[in-house]
Design a protein around this ligand. Structure first.
Ligand code: 5CA
Length: 438
């Protein structure tokens, strides 16, 4: 992508309305624009990051055996009346009437919708286990939308729904999602701690929130200090029994709760960490709550009809954009992990119009593009300082800076955004440094 032909409306001033770093930086880097309270447009740079995050989530859901579908944003009120949640959900639900005066709603979640799909088609336990997911916009009329896309009213969620014959099967499905979440977040450079949590309006018997630690987080979290020492990632095979692996994580005390109850805490005060965190995922096992209410039954091996056991598994895809920035930024701007960076490499031409600079930049750009590295070429006519500051602000992980002085000695400058390290090397070596196999 040539920056001269791109739409990157960066802001020089710090927007006053933004209270936390990720919101400030997303506005300054031209990633989003507010449309109304808690509702945002995604501009080209923001959209690229959102898509990269969604792609990682999708890949890891696939690996864990979940099947992708796409359910609508608008749902009929009837299925929510069947489950009993139409009235319970209250003012958070955006209710709409169509021209025929039919009651509809903009989905805050999809348990009812997916249960309706299931009961229309599945009759026998032989079709189980089944896990269906989608990545779709949700609407919740939050009392206090804030922190930009972090607590929006409209937001992008991955939600998966598992169907099993019994509690034991459901436990296996839950464990698969549990493990896939750890993998998903690790691929984005995040350490997410699974914490026992309340089930809220989704309901159910068992639930874990996946939380990344951040001072600006909205959740109060309590955990044993040993958590900070755990080796979080192990290579895991989904065919194996995942229970011992999951037990290893859940055996160390960690709880997401607004109020800590010291009388009920198994951890001694000296070992307890009290912090704040951002909830980026939440998984639930709720048994037959929806299947029993909505008649989603299958015939078991003995021919008896039984309601299926279900779980639901959410990831805040749009919230993750903010969460990753909270976890990875400095006073100059965003520091994207390579896996979700909007562009993997920026080639910065400090003197567009200079024949040697132009030719070197073009050749670097072509090689990077041919190798699939998502390069961004800053070919704008602007002050060198402003151009370098913009690349740091938008957080490009590798930057290759080409200027007339370096060119006299046949070198370009390679900069790693994360460490700030720079090296003067030949254009060829620069390509190897950013990961090109020459
Ligand atoms: N049906 C279940 C699981 S699929 C569910 O809705 N769970 S949830 O309510 O916990 O939401 C799942 C994830 O969506 C949360 O972990 C959070 O990361 C994200 N999320 C929830 N509310 C918002 C919001 N207002 N803005 C941005 N992200 C949100």
């Amino acid at each position: 992508m040539r920056l001269s032909q791109y739409f990157l409306p960066v802001l020089k001033e710090t927007p006053k309305e933004a209270q936390i770093a990720s919101h400030r930086l997303m506005l300054r880097a031209g990633m989003i624009q507010q449309s109304s309270a808690g509702i945002y447009s995604w501009l080209p740079l923001g959209k690229r990051v959102l898509d990269k995050i969604a792609a990682i989530v999708r890949e890891e859901q696939d690996r864990a055996g979940a099947l992708e579908i796409l359910m609508p944003t608008l749902q009929p009120a009837e299925i929510w009346q069947e489950s009993g949640r139409y009235d319970d959900y209250g003012a958070e639900m955006l209710r709409i009437q169509d021209r025929h005066k039919r009651d509809m709603l903009y989905g805050p979640t999809n348990e009812e919708q997916v249960t309706d799909i299931f009961r229309s088609h599945v009759r026998s336990y032989k079709a189980l286990p089944l896990n269906l997911f989608h990545i779709q916009w949700k609407f919740r009329d939050e009392v206090r939308p804030r922190f930009g896309i972090m607590r929006g009213r409209e937001f992008l969620m991955k939600d998966a729904y598992s169907f099993d014959l019994d509690g034991e099967g459901a436990r296996i499905a839950y464990n698969k999602m549990f493990v896939s979440y750890l993998k998903t977040f690790a691929r984005m450079g995040l350490t997410a701690i699974p914490m026992e949590a309340d089930t809220g309006p989704i309901g159910g018997d068992m639930s874990h929130e996946f939380i990344i630690l951040a001072e600006t987080g909205e959740s109060g979290v309590y955990f044993h200090k040993d958590w900070l020492k755990t080796d979080l990632l192990a290579d895991i095979n989904y065919d194996a029994d995942l229970q011992p692996f999951v037990d290893r994580f859940t055996s160390i005390y960690a709880r997401a709760d607004e109020k800590h109850d010291p009388t009920n805490c198994p951890v001694a005060n000296d070992d307890l960490m009290t912090m704040r965190g951002i909830e980026i995922g939440h998984i639930f096992y709720f048994g037959t709550k929806y299947s029993a209410a909505m008649g989603a039954t299958v015939s078991g091996p003995d021919g008896k009809n039984l309601p299926v056991h279900m779980g639901s598994y959410g990831i805040g895809v749009s919230r993750l954009v903010g969460g990753i920035i909270e976890a990875s930024h400095d006073d100059k701007g965003i520091i994207w992990p390579d896996s979700v960076a909007p562009f993997g490499v920026a080639v910065v031409n400090l003197k567009p119009g200079d024949a040697i600079c132009d030719a070197t930049c073009q050749s670097l750009y072509d090689s990077l593009a041919a190798a699939g590295h998502d390069p961004l070429l800053d070919d704008r006519d602007d002050r060198p300082g402003a151009k370098l500051a913009a690349m740091d602000l938008i957080g490009i992980p590798w930057q290759i800076v080409v200027g007339p002085r370096g060119m006299e000695n046949g070198v370009v400058e390679v900069k790693r955004r994360k460490s700030g390290e720079t090296r003067e090397v030949s254009a060829e070596l620069a390509l190897t440094m950013v990961g090109l196999k020459l």
